[in-house]
Design a protein around this ligand. Structure first.
Ligand code: GGG
Length: 340
C-alpha cells in the first residue's frame, strides 16, 4: 500500500475553497484506488499567516514541508506570494515549473488541438528578488542572475519531457538574446548545447515577443516551451487564456527530492467566500502530484473524471459559462471517479 503525507497550504482568497474542493475529490479518488492513501497536513502560509504570526511562511509550516511530508499541495496566496512560493522554490530548489496547457472538450478555447507544456526555470532571473534602491523613492535596480548550470538543467528537463510526451517531440527555447545578450545569450547557448544531445527531439528558438504572438496564431504547433522564470510566468497566463482561462491551468514545481503543486491562478480576492471559484486548476495540480508520486493510474482516473465533467458540463462554474458552485463541480468530478 502506498501512503503519502502531503502538506496542504489552503492559502488566501479563493485558496481555501479550491483546496477544500480538491481534497473532496482526492478523498473520492482514494475510495476507488486500491491501496492509495493520502494523509493531509494542513499548514498556514500567505497573507493570513502574515497577519496572524507576522510571517507569511511560519517556521511550523516550513518544518512540515521540509521534514514531515513528501510533497505539498498549495492554494494561491495573495500579496505575500514572493515570501511564500518564490521563497519555497528557492529554499527547496524546485527548479522546474511545469505548466501543461490542454484544450478540454466542452470548454471554450482558441483551438481544440492545443496541447503543450511550458517548462519555466524557477530559481533564477529577476524573480530571485535581488532588487535594490539606488536613489530612495526615485530609482531602483533589479538583478537578473542567469547561470549556465541553471539553464542546462532546465533545458535537460524540457528535452526529457519532450522525449516522454506523446507529442510532437519538439522543444522551443524562448528568450530575448538579441537584446539581453549576456543573460538570455547564456540561456540560449545552454539550450543549444543540450539540444545537440537529443537528436530525436526537434529544436527551435523564438524571441519572447514573437512567442507571445505565435501562441495566438499557431498555438497547436508548440509541444514543449522552455524559458526563463519571468517570461514563463507571463506566457503562462497567456497560454491559460487559450484553453479556457486560469481556472483550468495547473502547475508543478519540481526539485530533485521534493515537489509542490499549485494552481497557476492567483488568490482572486474579489471572488473569495462566494463559492464560485473554479477548482479544476487545483484538482489538475493534484493530478500532476499523483503522477510525480508514481501513481499513474490514479492520475489518469482523476484527469478522465475532470474531462468528463467538463465535457458534459452539468456543474460548470461561472468562468466556464455555467452557474454552479465550486463544490458542485467538485462533487460532479468525485461522482464520476466511480465510473471511469
Ligand atoms: N496571474 C496569475 C497569478 O496571480 N499567479 C500567482 C503568482 O503570481 N504566482 C507567482 C509565480 O508563479 O511566480
Amino acid at each position: 500500500m502506498s501512503s503519502y503525507r502531503i502538506a496542504v497550504i489552503p492559502g488566501d482568497g479563493i485558496g481555501p475553497e479550491v483546496i477544500e474542493a480538491t481534497l473532496h475529490v482526492l478523498d473520492a479518488l482514494q475510495d476507488v484506488s486500491k491501496g492509495l492513501k493520502m494523509e493531509y497536513v494542513k499548514v498556514e502560509a500567505g497573507d493570513g499567516a502574515l497577519r496572524r504570526y507576522g510571517k507569511a511562511l511560519p517556521e511550523d509550516t516550513l518544518k512540515v514541508i521540509l521534514e514531515e511530508s513528501v510533497a505539498c499541495l498549495k492554494g494561491p496566496v495573495g500579496e505575500s506570494a514572493a515570501d511564500v512560493i518564490v521563497k519555497l522554490r528557492l529554499l527547496l530548489d524546485l527548479y522546474a515549473n511545469v505548466r501543461p496547457f490542454k484544450a478540454y472538450p466542452g470548454i471554450p478555447c482558441l483551438r481544440p488541438d492545443i496541447d503543450f507544456v511550458i517548462v519555466r526555470e524557477n530559481t533564477e532571473d529577476v524573480y530571485k528578488g535581488w532588487e535594490f534602491e539606488v536613489v530612495p523613492g526615485e530609482a531602483a535596480v533589479c538583478l537578473r542572475p542567469i547561470t549556465m548550470k541553471g539553464s542546462r538543467r532546465i533545458a535537460e528537463y524540457a528535452f526529457k519531457m519532450a522525449e516522454q510526451r506523446s507529442g510532437k517531440r519538439r522543444v522551443t527555447a524562448v528568450h530575448k538574446a538579441n537584446v539581453m545578450r549576456l543573460t538570455c545569450g547564456l540561456f540560449a547557448k545552454a539550450c543549444r548545447e543540450v539540444a545537440s544531445r537529443y537528436p530525436s527531439v526537434s529544436f527551435d528558438e523564438m524571441y519572447v515577443d514573437a512567442c507571445a504572438m505565435q501562441l495566438i496564431r499557431r498555438p497547436h504547433e508548440f509541444d514543449v516551451i522552455v524559458t526563463t522564470n519571468m517570461f514563463g510566468d507571463i506566457l503562462s497566463d497567456e497560454a491559460a487564456a487559450l484553453v479556457g482561462g486560469l481556472g483550468i491551468a495547473p502547475a508543478a514545481n519540481i526539485g530533485e527530492r521534493y515537489a509542490l503543486f499549485e494552481p497557476v491562478h492567483g488568490s482572486a480576492p474579489k471572488y473569495a467566500g462566494k463559492g464560485i471559484a473554479n477548482p479544476c486548476s487545483t484538482i489538475l495540480a493534484a493530478k500532476l502530484m499523483l503522477e510525480w508520486l508514481g501513481e499513474a493510474e490514479a492520475a489518469r482516473k482523476l484527469e478522465l473524471a475532470v474531462t468528463e465533467a467538463l465535457k458534459e458540463g452539468l456543474a460548470l462554474t461561472p468562468d466556464l459559462g455555467g452557474s454552479s458552485g465550486t463544490m458542485d463541480l467538485a462533487r460532479d468530478i468525485a461522482r464520476r471517479l466511480k465510473e471511469v
